[in-house]
Write a protein that binds this ligand. Sequence first.
Ligand SMILES: [Zn+2]
Length: 293
Amino acid sequence: MCKNKESKLKLVGKRKSISPKIRFEVFKRDNHKCQYCGATPRDEGVVLEVDHIVPVYEGGDNSFENLITSCKQCNIGKGKRKITDKNYISLKEKELKETDEKREQLQAYLKSRLDKTEEIKPLIDYINHMIEINTGFKFTVADPMVNKFLNLYKKLDMQEFVEVIEDTDFSSAEFLGNFTKNEKAKYNADLFITNIENNLKKSIKNKKQGVVSLSGYLRGILKNRTTGWGDVWEISKDINNILRPISAREDKIKILQEKLIPLAKEIPQNNQYLQCYLQLEQICKTTKESKRF
Ligand SMILES: [Zn+2]
């Protein structure tokens, strides 16, 4: 942080202000929680500050590793008391654990991408097969098209992809009159592939507009009408939780449209968030049990 040795010497024992960006990074790393007592800004009257682990008067600097989130109360009451080694070690352990978790998530993500690359093969085989039985000619989807399909498939699951293939009509090319049987087959195959591509895009669009946008709408209603929720992101997580017992996407859309959103709209202003959450959760549970979908 210091440009030369001279300025570093001057800084010892002096307090240099911490930039807002560093402050924010420290808060973020510490999950916006006082690392001494666990208070968060959600608790009444809590103000978070950035504190030095090794105090400035002992030569502690403003490096990221020497800064820690503390509430104002702890920061004042603490005086010259240093953070206990135990606290500091558990914080470092937590950081390492988070790094491990992030790495695992990334690996799982990469694996799922590889799986999609593998899974596309039987799907392409299926398309080739459909063309063959409809035209009588052996057909192979060209590589650039396979890549296009793969990119679309990343946004869908296998069942959805199969449904699109099966729902796509295979048109006849009788109007091609003088064309040879081979040429007609080629024309039909190309048309079939283009139609599958368009239907996949439609399917992805519907999927996006479905659960995600309806959940967003529900979140907005809850956010505006209730009090006592943590942050908007938490409401999103809760909605996902509520919907978890409903497995099929269509059923999720249906229950959002017909039950959850209408109920949320009836919530009187300033209702308790938790109470509403429990009510919405109950609806999904009973719907699942009664197997009405
Ligand atoms: Zn505290």
